[in-house]
Design a protein around this ligand. Sequence first.
Ligand code: ATP
Length: 402
Amino acid sequence: MALNKVSVDDINVSGKRVLCRCDFNVPLKEGKITDENRLVAALPTIKKLIADGGKVILCSHLGKPKGEPKPELSLAPVAARLTELLGQEVKFAADPEVVGPNAKAAVEGMKDGEVILLENTRYRVEETKNGEAFSKDLASLCDIFVNDAFGTAHRAHCSNVGVSELVDTAAVGYLMQKEIDFLGNAVENPVRPFVAILGGAKVADKLNVISNLLEKCDTLIIGGGMAYTFLKAQGNEIGKSLVDDSKLDYCKEMIAKAEKLGKKLLLPVDSATITEFPNPIDAPVDVEVYESDKMPADREGCDIGPKTAALFADAVKSAKTVVWNGPMGVFENPTLAEGTIAVAKALAETDATTIIGGGDSAAAVNQLGFGDKMSHISTGGGASLEFLEGKELPGVAAATNK
Ligand code: ATP
């Protein structure tokens, strides 16, 4: 799918001030970055802007400081790590108001090819409301804007949408392009058979995704906590498993829709069940496996069972395109991670294009050591889900058309 937006390859940034919105929303533990995938993913665009002689001003949000400075959510550790990753100084402009005296002075003194990083954009209360004052502040720093933050593309905030509207050129970066290429091609132009796998906790979170993917894919696999509402809708006892009783009719509709469209809809045929949810989540559990029509009322399904794992793995084997969002069970617990591992393995072994839709599924795949076996792991959970729903992403829409 060709993205009809001006990209970093179409602009000349030499000697210009370029504000580049990245997604540096990385997990931090006691000031240390525990997963730097998002930083690494941002490097190609940053390196391109440096090589072309731009004055590179980076910005991002980190966590949810809710419109005020929170020292534990400062981007200072990111500036330090980017300095190492780029092999050149990334100067940190530590203004609590993001665009303050430090940022202005730093930009003023920049030479071509230098890089600075602004403070957490969500220190500003306007950011998540797309308020004009902050968008104007950001726009005043730059001649050109580049948006490479796919992870926030489903939001209309100052640092992606607001600022885009106030500059002459708002281009998309390489990461944004890559994300849209992979997800867009998979959904709109897939090499078939196209298998979509959905899991995770709640049906309600993924209503539109289920409906949209049913239209696009050849086989839809549903596992994880959300499968039990489907199993109940089919008349099965699901014991204490996760359920959304308000969505039983919706599940019935989806089952009927699959049938009408001639699509395969695969649900768990067995489950790994427990009696008490583990607390802490990785505490030992006593697991018993039951087939889907034989679940006792006092059990809770917390992972797909071995027959289901084999069924799902088999469906993936002949696929040419696979999109996966949401774990198959409570993967945070080693005993309940087996289904998720089996599916990750099946994806790792197929020669299909395999796309992981971010969030918990990306964490699971990386944690289980299959990260480098996937064709693409999205950096945006929420954004990739909205994309799979078929929605237009405001962060992409705001970029300048070609
Ligand atoms: P994100 O929204 O961050 O992209 P995701 O879409 O990958 O994440 P979620 O819908 O957030 O996934 O669900 C992930 C959670 O679902 C995990 O914490 C996992 O423990 C839980 N989960 C999966 N299967 C079950 C189950 N059978 N019972 C209870 N919880 C489950």
